[in-house]
Design a protein around this ligand. Sequence first.
Ligand SMILES: Cc1cc2nc3c(=O)[nH]c(=O)nc-3n(C[C@H](O)[C@H](O)[C@H](O)COP(=O)(O)OP(=O)(O)OC[C@H]3O[C@@H](n4cnc5c(N)ncnc54)[C@H](O)[C@@H]3O)c2cc1C
Length: 397
Amino acid sequence: MSAYSRGQSVIVLGGGIIGLSCALEAALRGHRVTLAEPGRIGGQASGAAAGMLAPYSENPEGADAFFRLSLGSLRLYPEWIRSVEEISGMSVEWERSGSLNILQHEADLLPAEGRMRWQNGWGAGAELIDKDELRGLEPALAEEAVGAVYIPEESHVYAPKLVEALASACKRTGVQILEHAGTIESVHRSDIGGSRIAMSGLPALLAADRVVLCPGAWSSAYEQHLGLNLPVHPIRGQICSYLSPAQWREPLRHIVFTSQAYWVSKRNGTVVCGASEDVAGYETSVTEHGIGRLTRATDRFLPDLRGVKPAFGWAGLRPATPDGMPLIGAAGGEGEWLMAAGHYRNGILLSPATGRLIADLLDGEPDEKTLGGLAPFAPARFTARQGSKQATAGHIY
Ligand SMILES: Cc1cc2nc3c(=O)[nH]c(=O)nc-3n(C[C@H](O)[C@H](O)[C@H](O)COP(=O)(O)OP(=O)(O)OC[C@H]3O[C@@H](n4cnc5c(N)ncnc54)[C@H](O)[C@@H]3O)c2cc1C
């Protein structure tokens, strides 16, 4: 893949946080980038997210390739945010809050200590907090929280602002952003290299040397184009937020995780509470059942909010894969087509790492040292297991 050089033309398809991160990094490395989004930039999962950057809390089982990528991405965040904020001139409200994983029973202690042991081996700096200390750290928490694991490195951003800042940074770096570009009507690869793409909302064909697919939960739409199995499924996440009530002792200072829900206080005074997981196809409405689960957990753990109705409720579609790993890497046409999708619950966290890996692939230099090998994330891995799809006639792959 070292045949590729800087200064190529690149089409990024999909305008969620993953597409925007890939587009920005590619443009910063000197490529000419066009990003086409069928609908509204950030209008799907990325705009719905709680914005937590929590690789330890999200990976309690062990240090697999996914955890290593997540941690590598968290450690890219300080420099990445600095650059996004500087280029865009906008704040993404990054709060280095730390997180508290609540222990509800004495019996939770032993597994928590086991987790802390391996996580501290990776620099988590996790500490056990007893009931009294917890009360001091978070006075609004209910008495039934008997302790917590405090992880100082975990933090959160305001996801809609991050999307907005990334889109602005992309434009200021020369990325052409085409919103409401409609559906993909045809894809052709020229005999002399490069691809041409027709989209229903665009008057002219898009043409470029390389294509980066970032279609989130819609990735399987490309199975026929690429001749690959791309089993990415939408898992609906319902989420809500409360306005700070008059009786609210003080905003939560940390991200608070329990087995039933999590809570994050945002700078605009709201408390975000997420998130359910259910299979509802491409439906993004909220249900009484989904939000009810969150309000019951809130009533239980945050007595100041007991009986208060959430002011807002919304939902997004997490792009899930069968093995829980994203698809990042070459996806066809001898490396001309790349893919970055299937980030499930951690796409906000994984944005800087994904942008960097895709830009490395565009330049022909995947950075294995910083972020580990790409093999576990190969987009073709499900094709090797299940046999390939027939590529669509008229398309090249
Ligand atoms: C309720 C909820 C809470 C979450 N909280 C967190 C969190 O706290 N931290 C975290 O790290 N992650 C979180 N996530 C996960 C995170 O939001 C996702 O992993 C991330 O947004 C995925 O980004 P994406 O760009 O791949 O997908 P999306 O944001 O869904 O973007 C994909 C884009 O592709 C477009 N598209 C559709 N069809 C096509 C097509 N055929 N071709 C090209 N493009 C197409 C869509 O219109 C869409 O804009 C949460 C998700 C949800 C739903």
